[in-house]
Design a protein around this ligand. Structure first.
Ligand SMILES: [Zn+2]
Ligand SMILES: [Zn+2]
Length: 148
């Protein structure tokens, strides 16, 4: 996992543009109103809970049904580029929940990495964690489904 951490740090250091993995498709929110991450099957939903932990759920093709995690391993790296916070996850009910809360701050640079199974490629989603509410779709901006 050390190599991965180094790649993440390199990406953060280079100031790689924070574009969502899928831009063209019509955006859809996850079943909890979170951000859907495509590129893996089942898709993942990134959601910040009321106590500021990150919950990752897996979502069936219908976009609504939550399926229990199997072999997925999730890591989130976020915050201060010089000293990012790395969050790890543990099973909690039908989801994976970060073992610690997110760091304080606004619009934190966030890198979500999901390894769907032992021999699968890691899926990466990078974005700024904007926790303000979108005036149009009423979701948090990190999960906003509007075109802006
Ligand atoms: Zn918005
Ligand atoms: Zn919106």
């Amino acid at each position: 996992m050390k190599t991965i951490a180094r790649i993440v740090l390199a990406a953060l250091a280079l100031g790689a543009p924070l574009v969502p993995a899928i831009a063209a498709e019509k955006k859809q929110a996850g079943p909890h109103g979170g951000r859907l991450i495509a590129g893996l099957e089942p898709r993942a939903e990134f959601f910040v809970t009321a106590d500021k932990k990150i919950q990752i759920s897996f979502v069936a093709a219908d976009g609504k049904t939550v399926v229990a995690p199997t072999k997925q391993v999730v890591t989130v790296t976020m915050g201060d580029r010089a000293k990012p916070t790395r969050l790890e996850f543990a099973r909690s009910g039908d989801a994976l929940l970060s073992t610690a809360a997110i760091p304080a701050g606004k619009d934190l640079a966030t890198v979500v990495q999901i390894k769907p199974s032992a021999d699968a490629k890691i899926v990466t989603d990078r974005f700024n964690l904007d926790l303000s509410k979108c005036p149009d779709c009423k979701l948090h901006e990190y999960a906003c489904t509007c075109a802006h």
